[in-house]
Design a protein around this ligand. Structure first.
Ligand SMILES: [Zn+2]
Length: 107
């Protein structure tokens, strides 16, 4: 039997958007509340390309844009062509209890 643990978090719980350079692994962290312009390069000046997706359909709905954009960004991340990877930063949950999930040890 396979168990998996998942962390479910709301968008309001994102503390930072982390950009990691593919070239030098340096990182830039931006608060989601103060995003005004994307970082165009890493701290060591390696270029990051934000305009790789030619067939992106613009929409006035930020919800639709989020869903469509997330899929396309994940596809591009596999190619590593943008020059950077994106991570989301959350605070560690405080009230997490870890219990044995081995069925042989359950009472
Ligand atoms: Zn770099």
């Amino acid at each position: 039997m396979t168990f998996e643990q998942k962390l479910v978090a709301g968008l309001e719980e994102i503390k930072g958007i982390v950009f990691e350079c593919n070239e030098c692994k340096s990182r830039i962290v931006i608060s989601p509340d103060s995003v005004d312009a994307p970082p165009l390069h890493c701290p060591r000046n390696h270029h990051w390309d934000w305009n790789l997706i030619d067939d992106y359909d613009k929409t006035s709905s930020p919800f639709v844009s989020f869903l469509l954009g997330l899929k396309k960004i994940r596809d591009k991340a596999r190619e590593r062509s943008a020059g950077f990877k994106i991570f989301l930063e959350f605070n560690r949950p405080e009230h997490v209890s870890y219990q044995s999930q081995d069925p042989k040890n359950s009472n």
